[in-house]
Design a protein around this ligand. Structure first.
Ligand code: XMP
Length: 521
């Protein structure tokens, strides 16, 4: 980007840190997350002109909790960089300048009304009372000198403070969550009135910039990219094609676990519609099926699919190198949340399941180019729309890397794979036909390793059971089962039983995440 200003969000470990970045970008200002152990050098190099401190799970009065260094605080003050602290960030500011933070008598979670007593600056355009979202145990009991209270709630006298001279503001609540009224107005006040920032973030400018930047980074080199038919790799490939044209080589590994007709659609789209010159489909269906024969353990399956993918890709790269000479770069569809997740693996979090996403570079010793690495999923979709990628591809429900292999419990055979593909195709086709597909975040089917008795015509049947699963979610971290109308479910169930030979029972999964995960394996 033409980075004339950037808003740093300091991550103190809060669960809403990502949302702060999103709020700022939604106001068309570039924002990125920085770790709490950032340095003045890093802030200067990135042209940070305004800073927001996130919330966090710790107590500022404890030892060994995340804190910004004195050097960073000095840097911010000397350069007159406006600071907005939220929750833990608000308490950190207070403690740093000599105020006092104590455990609250009463923890405060949920909606609260605050009384605003100064709406000249951060609360400009706010009325006297406003609904906000609180989530804290500690609170500030004494403010540092020269700071004044700008809002209070029944439970929390210092719900907001300011030190106008130093351009420092603190909020005990979370303006980044939707439950706080006028959160966007508050961020707009901070960014445009207090920090005097310019708008510098739009998808159009992002595309232009990326196309130019890729050209410069890549130079005369050839680039290889693995495409899966998913949004991220498709958008990346199209950006690269715009930038470097035929120097891009796309490799599509067909592991056989995609949905019905999808591999054909991917090939048609890249070769016929987009006219990619170097597009290769590798048919590895047999090898993958063979490798997963009799493997029932979900983790084992995911690992095998991952290794097999890398092996297949690498083998083919060698073939291409023989023909064209070596590649300088490997392009990847990494998006912003992928980077955050891999940069900050939680040491205490239990491993639920390993997600298979292609991570090829280390072994291949290629330089990596990641055109989407600053974007969130919905931003990638916006870029895709601007690049005129058809909506059926952009708005496609999420699909796991190992595909249908983790939706077939028990033996993974060609026969069972074909059965599930048919079931899934009917499910999705009906949802689309009835205009319901986009009402749900993700819809799919699962084939169980059990048969049950049925009766069709005058005969007894003994066939497989399939599960339909549809969930509503925002970020896949939590999900609720979708309330698909009974009428729709009835039509889908009827069609499945009538059209798919080896299935005689259809059930609907009514479990949320947690306690279940979205996928069954
Ligand atoms: P779970 O089952 O963990 O799934 O609740 C959360 C979301 O992630 C998708 N998923 C994957 N995505 N590679 C991916 O790219 C994977 O290996 C993988 N496994 C699950 C899942 O479909 C859901 O949307």
């Amino acid at each position: 980007m033409s980075i004339d200003n950037i808003v740093a969000v300091i991550d103190f470990g809060g669960q809403y840190t990502h949302l702060i970045v999103r709020r700022v970008r939604d106001l068309e200002v570039l924002s990125e997350i920085f770790s709490w152990d950032t340095t003045p050098k890093e802030l200067a190099e990135n042209n940070v002109k305004s800073i927001i401190f996130s919330g966090g799970p710790n107590s500022v009065y404890e030892k060994k909790v995340p804190k910004l260094s004195n050097e960073v605080m000095e840097y911010l003050l000397t350069n007159n960089i406006p600071i907005l602290g939220l929750c833990y960030g608000h308490q950190f500011i207070s403690q740093y300048f000599g105020g006092k933070v104590i455990p609250g008598n009463q923890k405060e979670y949920g909606s609260t009304i605050i009384d605003i007593n100064n709406n000249d600056h951060l609360f400009k355009e706010f009325t006297e009372k406003s609904k906000v979202w609180m989530s804290h145990g500690d609170k500030i009991s004494e403010l540092p000198e020269d700071f004044i209270i700008t809002a209070s709630s029944d439970n929390c006298e210092i719900a907001a403070f300011e030190n106008l001279g130093k351009k420092i503001f603190g909020l005990q609540f979370h303006p980044e969550v939707v439950h706080t009224d006028n959160g966007n107005q508050l961020f707009a006040n901070f960014l445009f009135n207090i920090s005097n920032l310019k708008k510098n973030w739009s998808m159009e400018s992002y595309i232009e910039h990326q196309v130019e930047e890729i050209r410069q980074i890549v130079g005369d080199n050839r680039v290889i990219i693995g495409v899966s038919g998913g949004v991220d790799s498709t958008v990346s490939a199209i950006l690269l094609q715009r930038s470097i044209g035929d120097k891009l080589h796309c490799v599509f590994v067909d592991h056989g676990f995609m949905r019905k007709n999808e591999p054909e659609q991917v090939v048609k789209y890249f070769k016929d519609d987009l006219k990619f010159k170097h597009f290769y489909k590798i048919d590895a269906r047999k090898e993958f099926l063979e490798a997963l024969k009799s493997v029932h353990d979900p983790e084992e399956k995911r690992k095998i699919v991952g290794y097999k993918f890398i092996e297949t890709f690498e083998k083919f790269e060698k073939v291409l190198v023989k023909k064209f000479g070596s590649f300088g770069f490997l392009a990847q569809g990494t998006i912003y949340p992928d980077r955050i997740e891999s940069a900050q693996p939680s040491k205490t979090a239990a491993k639920i399941k390993s997600h298979h996403n292609v991570a090829l570079p280390e072994k291949m010793s290629l330089k990596v180019v990641e055109p989407l690495k600053e974007l969130y999923k919905d931003e990638v979709r916006k870029v895709g729309r601007l690049l005129k990628i058809p909506s059926e591809l952009i708005d496609r429900h999420p699909f796991p890397g190992p595909g249908l292999s983790v939706r077939i419990l028990g033996d993974l055979t060609q026969d069972r794979l074909d059965t599930l593909k048919e079931v899934d195709a009917i499910f999705l086709e009906e949802l689309k036909k009835r205009g319901e597909y986009n009402n749900y975040w993700q819809s799919f089917s699962v084939l169980l390793p059990m048969k049950s008795v049925g009766v069709m015509g005058d005969s007894r049947t003994y066939e497989w059971t399939v599960v339909l699963r549809s969930v509503d979610s925002v970020d896949a971290m939590t999900a609720d089962w979708s309330k698909i109308p009974y009428e729709t479910l009835a039509i889908i169930s009827n069609r499945i039983i009538n059209e798919v030979k080896k299935v005689n029972r259809v059930v609907y999964d009514i479990t949320s995440k947690p306690p279940a995960t979205i996928e069954w394996e």
